[in-house]
Design a protein around this ligand. Structure first.
Ligand code: HEM
Length: 125
């Protein structure tokens, strides 16, 4: 949680930063996001909430991810590795936004939750 405070203290909205980076990396995915006004903020917010809740040991996260993977199949062709990249970009953006406030411990903790989450996603894919 301290790591998110480090991001919040900058006063920056990470949603546009996240998708700027995501679409620069995967320009072909842009056309799938046709309802951006409502979907972008929700997606980033739910990715963060799921990672934090998983870290706290909440038991709803695997069920939630199974449901997200199922509904995401209807949005277009999303290779499973794309989920790993999407989580990785989120952590890149958190670190880049927090700047000097970001510590090696924050980095390790988020990367390890992302690895765990990707394993769950790949299991349900
Ligand atoms: C842990 C990973 C992810 C989570 C938790 C997540 C969650 C969400 C949520 C909550 C929404 C908004 C509600 C909805 O439309 O169903 C959404 C929308 C969407 N997500 Fe994800 N997502 C993840 C990864 C990805 C990845 C890797 C892609 C690859 C392209 C993707 C593509 C989309 C698209 C195309 C939409 C709809 C956008 C629109 O209608 O404008 N998501 N996601």
């Amino acid at each position: 949680m301290a790591s998110l405070e480090a991001v919040a203290e900058t006063g920056m909205d990470i949603v546009p930063l996240y998708f700027q980076r995501y679409f620069a990396t995967f320009p072909g995915d842009e056309s799938m996001f046709y309802n951006r006004q409502s979907s972008l903020g929700i997606m980033v917010n739910e990715m963060l909430t799921a990672l934090l809740s998983q870290a706290e040991g909440s038991d709803w996260v695997p069920t939630y991810l199974r449901a997200q993977v199922a509904t995401h199949h209807d949005k277009g062709i999303i290779p499973v590795e794309r989920y790993r990249a999407a989580l990785g970009i989120l952590i890149d953006v958190l670190g880049a936004t927090a700047g000097d406030r970001w510590t090696a411990d924050f980095e390790d903790a988020w990367r390890s939750e992302a690895d765990k989450m990707y394993e769950l996603i790949a299991r349900h894919y």
